[in-house]
Ligand binder design. Structure first.
Ligand code: NAP
Length: 195
């Protein structure tokens, strides 16, 4: 059984992942988010909710105590968030991190150059890669709401394939990473629907 801390737990992918964690694993979840009203419908003895901002290092460290896995599903000032998350993990000795980023941060999408719009994703991935935590960075394509689990992955250094992927597919990969020790550790994975 894993203890999984989900940061930005009210976010789109996180909510699908929470469903899968509860249905398909025995993981204990700590949901960390700015407004707990967003998850008011969730009632499970495997779920604990903490209202907090990821930039609040003291609260974050408190939430990290006893966790096996941190799954960061964040948006916004991602570089500073990555620094805060890594600092809190170092302070509490938590090693495993799943970090949601975006396709395009290494200019790996054939024929596409996403510039400044991806800077927060690029810069935060660089912070995570420079840390000594056991990270897996996910670089999904454009999200769809299709009710399907259908994806493939590419490694850093390989061209990205396809262009979109269902939220449920990304959530499925997050859950597998969280409950499978050693799976894709210190890797950065493109995630797309096979064409
Ligand atoms: N849309 C796409 O096609 C696509 C493709 C690839 C990658 N992505 C990226 O993948 C990531 C995950 O996607 P998503 O759809 O799940 O994102 P999302 O719904 O925007 O969720 C991001 C979450 O981050 C939380 N957050 C922001 N600042 C925070 C803070 N300081 N403290 C705590 N929580 C904070 C937000 O909480 P609040 O509700 O409190 O604001 C929100 O729930 C995003 O960065 C997204 O941009 C998107």
């Amino acid at each position: 059984m894993s203890n999984v801390l989900i940061l930005g737990a009210g976010g789109g992918i996180a909510r699908v992942a929470i469903d899968l964690f509860l249905k398909e694993t025995d993981a204990q979840l700590t949901l960390y988010l700015r407004s707990s009203r967003r998850l008011i419908h969730l009632e499970s003895n495997r779920v604990r909710v903490i209202e907090g901002d990821v930039m609040d290092i003291e609260k974050l460290q408190e939430a990290m105590n006893g966790q096996d896995v941190v799954y960061a599903n964040l948006a916004g000032n991602l570089e500073q968030m990555a620094k805060t998350v890594v600092q809190a993990m170092d302070a509490t000795g938590v090693k495993r991190l799943i970090w949601i980023s975006s396709m395009g941060i290494y200019d790996e999408v054939p024929g596409q150059k996403y510039r400044s719009i991806l800077d927060p994703y690029r810069d935060s991935a660089a912070v995570v890669e420079a840390s000594d935590v056991d990270y897996t960075i996910l670089r999904p394509g454009w999200f769809t709401n299709k009710d399907e689990i259908d994806y493939e992955t590419t490694q850093k250094g390989e061209p990205f394939k396809g262009h979109d992927v269902s939220r449920k597919s990304v959530a499925d990969l997050v859950v597998k990473l969280a409950v499978t020790p050693g799976f894709e550790v210190r890797r950065s994975l493109g995630v797309n629907k096979p064409e």
